[in-house]
Design a protein around this ligand. Structure first.
Ligand SMILES: *[C@@H]1O[C@H](CO)[C@@H](O)[C@H](O)[C@H]1NC(C)=O
Ligand SMILES: *[C@@H]1O[C@H](CO)[C@@H](O)[C@H](O)[C@H]1NC(C)=O
Length: 419
């Protein structure tokens, strides 16, 4: 059987069986892929990329606000700062590109969860780059049209908690709502009395989001709710055998594995690197980036973020990186996108002192700037997200190339070769 066939079979069997539960080895949750930033005609979806960049900036801005409140500025990376104002993508861009706000075909790396004694169902974005759980509120939610909502009155295990959950966006909009505790279940893994918010207010960009809400998988120190995040609660209540989880993100057979690693999905050993857990992120140091086998930049930190589509680095470092690629040029200064000749897509790899983990040309290329231009946009943007002057953010464009393990047990991130 070819490798492709077996991947398809695995994906099918996950769908047929629903969810695999094995209390001894861990639990697998099949995920749906995130929408590509490449349109059907092979061109770069500039508008969607701009909105996603905006969302990423705002998410990490709020993480820093939480981190400062929960731990203090001492936990900040060098050069990190909370941005005062983050402008939404310009309406000029929106008009020119003319893409509708909602998109039925859109999908993130989403998977199913239930909340409450009556198992209210949601489709959730599993996000290693944040640490709170929120879903829309049934009672009242501005802008939640088309999404599933949580009704606290119908769940026997629901309890209301004092206070309010608020994510402030850099354009002064907010995501906010009351706080509850209830049973949260992911593939049968229950976290009882889990703190979360059922939001009554969402940001204007929420409508384009295929998921109903977000389940954060980072450390509690960046939690807005200042509460144990879902996975930590589940592990403390012995609902999973090991204090780690792992992702495979791919076009088919994507999976989040809770409480261990799924040896069917990777080969060889897992290369582990220590996390700087004081920052609250899955942040590991000593990174370098290669192009065509040559190291271009080294000794930077990386935050591994399943909730972000592409990769971002400090603008000056990313400029240096692209200057190593013949024919590359700045494509969109405000969003930090660069292009390169489509006929020679760069061979990019990251290393943390062990193996070089390559990014396939398909994963690095976001598509042609416009039809026939011959220039393609790279999945690495030079954008200051406020995370620090030497910190890069690696999203799905990186994670799609490796099996990624997140270990709270040892405070490590591990990589292995996908099967
Ligand atoms: C959840 O809360 C209920 C009611 O306060 C309590 O009886 C129960 O022990 C709690 N369960 C856990 C696992 O904390
Ligand atoms: C943590 O490290 C110990 C000792 O090196 C190892 O035996 C164990 O498998 C690791 N656990 C995880 C979850 O990585």
């Amino acid at each position: 059987m070819s490798r492709k066939t077996s991947l398809v079979l695995l994906a099918l069997s996950l769908v047929t069986l629903g969810i695999g539960i094995d209390q001894k080895t861990g639990i697998s949750i099949p995920l749906k892929p995130r929408a590509a930033l490449t349109k059907d005609d092979g061109t770069f979806d500039h508008e969607r990329a701009a909105w996603q960049t905006y969302g990423t900036q705002n998410k990490h801005r709020q993480n820093l606000i939480n981190l400062e409140r929960n731990v203090g500025l001492k936990a900040f990376n060098k050069g990190a700062e909370i941005k005062k104002y983050i402008p939404p993508p310009s309406s000029k861009l929106t008009k020119r590109q003319g893409v509708p706000l909602t998109d039925q075909d859109d999908a993130k790396w989403t998977g199913p969860i239930t909340i409450g004694s009556n198992a209210q169902k949601f489709t959730i974005d599993f996000d290693t780059g944040s640490a709170d759980l929120w879903v829309p509120n049934a009672r009242d939610c501005d802008g939640c049209y088309g999404h599933k909502t949580y009704d606290s009155s119908t769940s026997k295990t629901s309890k209301s908690v004092n206070g309010e959950f608020i994510i402030y966006y850099g354009d002064e909009s907010t995501v906010s709502g009351p706080i509850f505790t209830d049973t949260v279940s992911v593939a049968g893994v229950n976290a009882m009395n889990q703190t979360f918010s059922a939001v009554t207010q969402v940001s204007s960009s929420f409508n384009r989001d295929p998921g109903d809400g977000i389940l954060g998988l980072a450390y509690e120190s960046i939690s807005s709710l200042q509460a144990s995040p879902y996975f930590q609660t589940a592990f403390a209540q012995k609902a999973v055998p090991r204090n780690e989880f792992a992702f495979k993100l791919a076009a088919q057979g994507s999976e989040l594995f809770l409480g261990g690693t799924n040896s069917k999905l990777f080969t060889g050993t897992i290369e582990y690197h220590p996390v700087k857990s004081s920052t609250g992120f899955w942040q590991i140091g000593g990174a370098s980036i290669q192009q065509g086998g040559t190291t271009i930049l080294s000794e930077f930190d990386t935050v591994i973020d399943s909730g972000t589509t592409i990769m971002y680095g400090p603008p000056d470092q990313v400029r240096k990186f692209y200057s190593s690629i013949a024919g590359s040029e700045l494509y969109d200064e405000s969003m930090g996108f660069y292009s390169f000749p489509c006929k020679s897509i760069p061979e990019v790899a990251f290393s943390w002192g062990g193996q070089a983990w390559g990014i396939t040309t398909q994963n690095f290329n976001l598509g042609e700037t416009y039809r026939g231009s011959g220039q393609c946009v790279g999945a690495l943007s030079g954008k200051d997200l406020g995370l620090g002057s030497n910190v890069w953010l690696l999203g799905d464009s990186f994670m799609k190339n490796v099996y990624t393990v997140f270990s709270f047990a040892n405070n490590t991130v591990g990589y292995a070769m996908l099967k």
